[in-house]
Design a protein around this ligand. Structure first.
Ligand code: DC
Length: 222
């Protein structure tokens, strides 16, 4: 039997930072499912398929193979054998991922891969539908969120630290758009699983959130 920790929440809530830290402490594998949707998004972009072309997207799904590997504990995403990890973190890839994640063929493919990974290994998996659809039997589920303003501010600070100029209002509007799409799609929309622990991180530090989740993990994973 494997131990599964599911972390869901909206864009910019700090899921991946927290999930990585928690996974390291627990010696679990960290699975970033958003990266898989981003890789699929890149595949369709490279084929010049628009995010609204459902028929073409569903058809192209049979020609795409996503594989996950780990190098020094860091997740690497392979798209038809090519490592695309370096291309995943742009706003464009994030928006494309959100737009194409509404299609059943896309979700079917990735959810199957995610379920297989969690069946064979102890994982901390983050995304939008992990506690509700991918790992409904996870021993611990967390719903991680923060106010839209705080999430936008975190993103703005991140870009600023990299010397990239950006507009806070535009980032906030983009986050609100993405939240709306992720929470209102027909299949597996982002929502808190009934048995998930709700954590609003607006006024918490990364270490406080990590410690809280580790405390809960110690109770649930014997
Ligand atoms: O977590 P992220 O920003 O990397 O995710 C990008 C998009 O992928 C997100 O806006 C919606 C989609 N996604 C999803 O539908 N289901 C998941 N489990 C993870 C991500």
């Amino acid at each position: 039997m494997s131990y599964n920790l599911a972390i869901d929440g909206p864009a910019g809530a700090g899921k991946s930072t927290i999930a990585k830290k928690v996974a390291k402490k627990l010696s679990f594998i960290y699975v970033d499912t958003g990266a898989m949707y981003r890789a699929m998004g890149i595949f369709f972009c490279d084929l010049n398929i628009g995010s609204d072309e459902e028929e073409k997207i569903s058809e192209a799904c049979s020609k795409v193979e996503i594989q996950i590997a780990y190098e020094n504990g860091e997740q690497q995403v392979f798209l038809n054998g090519v490592n695309v990890t370096g291309r995943l973190r742009t706003e464009e890839a994030g928006n494309m991922a959100s737009s194409i994640s509404i299609y059943p063929e896309v979700r079917k493919k990735l959810v199957e891969l995610q379920k297989n990974m969690a069946a064979s290994d102890n994982v901390v998996m983050d995304g939008r539908d992990i506690g509700t659809a991918v790992l409904p039997s996870a021993q611990l589920k967390i719903y991680l969120t923060a106010s839209t303003h705080v999430r936008a501010l975190r993103r703005w600070n991140e870009l600023n630290a990299k010397g990239i100029e950006s507009n806070l209002d535009a980032i906030e509007a983009d986050i609100a758009d993405r939240d709306y799409r992720d929470m209102h799609r027909e299949i597996s929309p982002l929502c808190q699983a009934e048995d998930a622990v709700f954590l609003d991180t607006s006024d918490m530090t990364i270490d406080q959130v990590t410690d809280k989740i580790l405390e809960l993990a110690a109770e649930r994973f014997h």
